[in-house]
Design a protein around this ligand. Structure first.
Ligand code: UDP
Ligand code: MG
Length: 314
């Protein structure tokens, strides 16, 4: 099979028939063998009914229905598990992404990209969304070193191997390019795609998207750098702080001794502000160190411990 189109959706009943018909039009025109995997993320409207009808009238449409709303990442994860096409395309269900982009994306994958991310250069979203998004993307670019303008674009294409090698969880759908690179897929491309205003319904992510987005960015960076060795992070920072504290204390002690031996009237050590700074820094340092140990214990005992992606064997 050439292409799997994976569509995560939550309460998008009005858009689905239009979207499915459009995708089928594009696919037939190009003569691809394909499937459309619709993942209903616990919709409370009649989305699932619509999917059932679509699946009945077309052999190409498959549906997965969650019992409750788990989030876009979960929907993508299950869609990826089910996908059988050589190229896997993801797109939002709200008709903001255009199926007309599929052939070009598929071509880029066929030409050797592991993954191609859409770039909504001209966006039809309110400024309250586009501005933070710009900031967010700039931060993600600097922090991860992946040169993409639009990390969170719903329209993306992957080589099948990529989606089978990564685990999208929590709200990590914003960072799939980072997950892909962590899994060893470095050929990450970008293509400008057409973006459209939402036709039906409303956005499913409120303001919390920005806060969660930044926190997840920190997580993704931390996990990728120190996930398998938390002590390297906590131990370094902890030791550094402890040493600073120790040096301050040593300095204070030496000064006290110097004053005593030279009969200079000196203030009490406990009256010196540096004493308290030293105390705090040493306490925080040892706490961090202990956190590192706990982190190590957790990773030693987790199922992740010896999971590696093996590409080939003979
Ligand atoms: N979505 C989902 N589960 C959720 C929230 C959203 O599957 O819990 C789907 C939603 O139906 C849409 C896509 O994720 O197909 C993107 O959502 P939305 O259009 O609301 O995001 P925005 O365009 O505002 O970034
Ligand atoms: Mg949308």
């Amino acid at each position: 099979m050439d292409i799997s189109v994976v569509i995560p959706l939550y309460n998008e009943e009005e858009s689905l028939p239009e979207l499915a018909a459009w995708i089928e039009r594009v696919m037939h025109k190009q003569g691809y063998s394909y499937e459309i995997v619709m993942v209903d993320d616990g919709s409370s409207d009649s989305s699932w009914k619509v999917i059932e009808n679509l699946a009945q009238s077309s052999d190409h449409v498959r549906g997965i229905c969650f019992r409750r709303n788990y989030g876009k990442s979960a929907a993508l994860y299950c869609g990826f598990e089910a996908a059988q096409g050589d190229t896997v395309i993801t797109m939002d269900a709200d008709l903001q992404d255009s199926p007309d982009e599929i052939p070009a994306l598929h071509k880029m994958i066929a030409e050797g990209y592991d993954m191609v991310s859409g770039w909504k250069r001209k966006r039809y979203d309110p400024i309250s969304k586009t501005l933070p998004s710009k900031l967010f993307n700039a931060t993600a670019r600097v922090a991860t070193g992946i040169k993409l303008h639009d990390f969170n674009c719903g329209l993306k294409a992957y080589r099948r191997k990529v989606v089978k090698s990564i685990e999208v969880y929590g709200e990590m759908h914003r960072y799939i390019p980072v997950l892909a690179r962590q899994a060893g897929f470095h050929k990450i491309g970008e293509k400008e795609v057409e973006h459209r205003a939402r036709k039906y319904g409303k956005t499913k992510f409120g303001f919390s998207r920005f806060i969660n987005g930044y926190l997840d960015l920190l997580t993704v960076i931390f996990i990728s750098k120190f996930g398998k060795s938390p002590m390297h992070f906590f131990g370094t920072v902890g030791s550094l702080m402890f040493i600073i504290g120790l040096m301050l204390v040593a300095g204070l002690g030496a000064y006290k001794l110097y004053c005593l031996s030279n009969k200079i009237p000196a203030v009490l050590v406990t009256d010196n502000p540096y004493f308290y700074i030293a105390l705090t820094v040493m306490l925080i340092g040892s706490q961090l160190f202990l956190t590192g140990f706990l982190g190590e214990l957790v990773t030693r005992n987790s199922g992740e411990r010896n999971t590696y992606l093996i590409d080939r064997t003979v």
